[in-house]
Each structure stands twice: as structure tokens, then as C-alpha cells.
Write a protein that binds this ligand. Structure first.
Ligand code: ATP
Length: 324
């Protein structure tokens, strides 16, 4: 192997830049060339490549987003698109590909490998932490810190005005962000996709805590919670069914995906980049690098895509006890 390519794909997450830097510098350390691919799989198809040396990734470890840009590529979902991508890689004499992204990006990488036998290695970059085979995806820790910061600020208003705030956080399919920030932000209740708390129990519990002397409350709601109402309908329902609170909604949105990566994410990204490049150099392919029990481990891409991450039941219990 003389030359590797690296790309970022799907939604961006803080730490992607630190991972690009690590891939590039690990290549330099092992005296192999590294190509940066712009716009994810789109750039693979069009040959939007740039050779990156160790110095070309200076000053990015502390930056959110991705210097290589990310994109969603319809064309890569077609055989013709992938054929073009393969040709671009052949023309540039690339021998292996590191894909930084989520499960969709890994599915594309796996199909590409199956069709052309091209070595691929995945680095999990998404704030949702919804990928099997790693306790933390890149960006998750930063997103948690960003959201807790936002909740703290909203709490100031909530407590000054006797308000009940419903705060929506990212998480269409998984409640990892909601559960963690809910505990850290002192939420009264946490609504996640994995559990249906039920509307009546929610109102009951809020009423109880109101009577016990609470003057303001925060409920953290994951986008994909199972309660069956969107956050504005939820607000209306609670408004109608309980007294004593001025009920408000705050949808945090894309600010959760941005910002400077935390120390944890920078270290994780650096470790993942080293592991990914060295695994390819050792002849491995079709794996994702991940953090398991404090160590860098490889998980077959297939398992990373299909495996389900589970919500931590102990955290659920802690959250219940804390809202007593
Ligand atoms: P996020 O966690 O932000 O959703 P992701 O990697 O899952 O990240 P997707 O939009 O699902 O994001 O996938 C990124 C890209 O991967 C797609 O735009 C497409 O180019 C490629 N891809 C996804 N699924 C497939 C597939 N089945 N076949 C080929 N390519 C795919």
C-alpha cells in the first residue's frame, strides 16, 4: 500500500477534522501518500481529490465541521456511480479508503468493497452515538457538552419565570443524547425513542413535582420520542392538563452539531485515525475502528451497521431517582 484516501460523509460532527488530521499524519509517519476527497462520495465519483501532507492539516484539530466537506450522494447509491468512483481511485493510484461517517456511509463503503474488492476502513463520526461497536462516536461528547450548556442557560429563564420548558434535542432513533444531557442538566423527565413514558404518567409526574414545591422544570425530549405527539402538541397537552406553569418549547436544532470538539473527541479522533490507517496497512479491510473498554478495537462493518446500540438502563434508573 502506497497511497490512501480519506473522506467525510453524511452529517458532519465535531471531531471529523481531528480524525482527518490523524489519518493524514499517520500516513506521513508511515511514509505513504494521503489523498483528501472533497464532498464525500460525490468527490469520489468526480475525482475531487487533493494530496494532503502533514503540514496541510495544521490548525484544524480544534475546528468543528469538516475541511473536506461532507455531502449526501445519490449517484453513489447506483452501480454506475460506484464504477466511476472506482475508476477515479484507480486513476489516482489509491490503494485504500478511510470513510469517516455514519451507518449510511458505512453501508456505501461495504457495498463498494464487495463490488470492487477495494480496501475500506470506517471511522464512526456522528453525534447520535448510534453505531454498534464503539462506546462513543466522534462528536457525541462535544454535542453533550454543547447541549448541557444550552440547558443551563434555559434553566436561568425557567427558574426566573416559574416556567416548564420542553427542550428538544437530536436523536431520531436513539436517546443517548437525551438521556445523558437530561441527567447532567437536571431534567425532571426525559423522553426517548426507546421507551414510551405515556402522556398521563408524564403529566402525573410533573404535577407531583409541582406540588412538592418545584417552581420550574425541564423536560428533555429526543426528536424521535415515542409519546406520539410532536413537541408543540405536547406543550399544548400539558398546558391544558396542568396548572401553575407557563409552558414553553425550545428546539435546539443544528447548533448541537457544531462547535469546537471537546478534548475527549480530539483524543478519540486521533486514536481512531491511527488505528484505521495501521489496520489497512496490516491488510485489514471492511472494519470500523471503535472504542471498547478503553481500547481501540475493530468491528466488522456489517456488524457496526446492523448491530443495535442499547440504551443504558442504569442511566434511566439514575434519572428516575434524581427527579424524586
Ligand atoms: P448520519 O449519521 O449523519 O445520517 P450517514 O453516514 O448515516 O450519517 P447517510 O446520508 O445515510 O449518512 O449516508 C451518507 C451517504 O452514504 C449517502 O449519501 C450515500 O452516498 C451513501 N450510502 C448510504 N447508503 C448507501 C447504500 N445503500 N448504497 C450506496 N451508498 C450508500
Amino acid at each position: 500500500i502506497n497511497k490512501l484516501a480519506v473522506l467525510t460523509s453524511g452529517g458532519d460532527s465535531p471531531g471529523m477534522n481531528a480524525a482527518i488530521r490523524s489519518v493524514v499524519r499517520t500516513c506521513a509517519y508511515h511514509n505513504i501518500k494521503c489523498i483528501g476527497v472533497y464532498q464525500g462520495y460525490e468527490g469520489l465519483i468526480t475525482g475531487d481529490f487533493k494530496e494532503l501532507d502533514a503540514r496541510s492539516v495544521r490548525g484544524i484539530i480544534n475546528k468543528g465541521g469538516t475541511m473536506l466537506k461532507s455531502a449526501r450522494s445519490k449517484e453513489f447509491r447506483t452501480k454506475e456511480g460506484r464504477q466511476k468512483a472506482y475508476q477515479s481511485l484507480m486513476d489516482a493510484e489509491v490503494d485504500g479508503l478511510v470513510v469517516i461517517g455514519g451507518d449510511g456511509s458505512f453501508t456505501g463503503a461495504l457495498i463498494f468493497n464487495q463490488e470492487f474488492g477495494f480496501p475500506v476502513m470506517g471511522i464512526p463520526g456522528t453525534i447520535d452515538n448510534d453505531i454498534f461497536g464503539t462506546s462513543h462516536t466522534l462528536g457525541f461528547d462535544t454535542a453533550l457538552n454543547t447541549v448541557v450548556d444550552a440547558i443551563d442557560k434555559i434553566r436561568d429563564t425557567a427558574s426566573s419565570h416559574n416556567r416548564l420548558f420542553f427542550i428538544e434535542v437530536m436523536g431520531r432513533d436513539v436517546g443517548h443524547i437525551a438521556l445523558n444531557v437530561g441527567i447532567a442538566g437536571g431534567a425532571e423527565e426525559i423522553l426517548i425513542p426507546e421507551e414510551d413514558l405515556g402522556l398521563d404518567r408524564l403529566v402525573d409526574s410533573l404535577n407531583k413535582s409541582r406540588k412538592s414545591g418545584k417552581t420550574s422544570s425541564i423536560v428533555v425530549v429526543a426528536e424521535g420520542d415515542k409519546i406520539g405527539k410532536n413537541i408543540f402538541e405536547l406543550k399544548d397537552y400539558v398546558d391544558e392538563n396542568m396548572e401553575g406553569y407557563d409552558v414553553r418549547v425550545s428546539v435546539l436544532g443544528h447548533m448541537q452539531r457544531g462547535g469546537a470538539p471537546s478534548c475527549f473527541d480530539r483524543v478519540l479522533a486521533s486514536r481512531m485515525g491511527v488505528k484505521a490507517v495501521e489496520a489497512i496497512l496490516e491488510g485489514q479491510s471492511n472494519y470500523m475502528v471503535g472504542l471498547q473498554n478503553g481500547k481501540m478495537e475493530l468491528t466488522p462493518l456489517d456488524n457496526a451497521i446492523k448491530g443495535k446500540t442499547k440504551i443504558n438502563l442504569e442511566l434511566l434508573r439514575v434519572s428516575d431517582i434524581m427527579s424524586t
